[in-house]
Design a protein around this ligand. Structure first.
Ligand SMILES: [Zn+2]
Length: 226
């Protein structure tokens, strides 16, 4: 669901697709500011979950992560956070990092400043109000970015976070397929994109123990992006 449908065109235009070089177009001149991977050398990997919080997915996901004894990073949409304030606080209280994934999950290409304020500034303000702490991380919906969005993120002191491993879990393949994709793609410093919203995520949740075991067998250490 996440990288398809009406967002496909801006995704292609704006170069989010992982096969397009990272500093394509809008990263030029920004140095290493957008985060695509963690520094390598410490065998750190980060699991990240987008599109929540949704109780039906996020609650069992939190149990799965706790069962594995790891912390992850959640990129929440403002509209869902507003409806699930307690769950947002539970995510954070469990030791996970929380970043913003926009207010409504709209792709932010060719948008007016008023839309950017609502999708970035208002959503971050909302999360900060719920959690009582500052939000530093922002993952653009669909990975779509634009100069206007980057300007807004700089003004708000937000770091854009992307990923280098995508398991395509929104297509809901069997859990073992997801485990295989993550284990084949992940390496030292990887940021792994998964989802706990916008559809049933039973496969994603079922895949967590296999992903954790497989990466631990490769001596990887799970870290948050905080
Ligand atoms: Zn998303």
């Amino acid at each position: 669901m996440c990288l398809c449908s009406f967002a496909a065109l801006p995704v292609l235009i704006l170069g989010m697709a992982p096969w397009i070089p990272r500093r394509f177009i809008f990263e030029i001149g920004l140095g290493s500011w957008p985060l695509w991977r963690l520094p390598s050398g410490d065998r750190d990997v980060a699991l990240t979950f987008d599109d929540g919080p949704e109780p039906a997915n996020t609650e069992p996901l939190l149990e799965a992560l706790e069962g594995c004894g790891i912390s992850a990073s959640f990129f929440l949409t403002g509209e869902k956070a507003e409806k699930n304030r307690d769950l947002v606080r539970r995510i954070r209280a469990a030791g996970h990092a929380v970043g913003c994934h926009g207010m409504s999950h709209a792709p932010l290409a060719f948008r007016t400043r008023a839309v950017l304020v609502k999708e970035v500034e208002d959503a971050v303000d909302l999360l900060e109000d719920i959690l009582g702490e500052q939000i530093f991380l922002y993952r653009p919906a669909y990975g779509v970015r634009s100069p206007g969005l980057y300007r807004m993120l700089r003004q708000q002191g937000l770091r854009p976070v992307f990923w280098d491993v995508m398991a395509y879990d929104w297509r809901e393949p069997p859990a073992e397929v997801l485990v295989g994709r993550v284990l084949r793609g992940a390496r030292d410093g990887s940021i792994i994109l998964l989802h706990d919203g916008n559809g049933p995520r039973a496969s994603t949740i079922e895949a967590i123990p296999g992903i954790v075991k497989g990466l631990r067998d490769k001596d990887m250490r799970f870290v948050t992006l905080s």
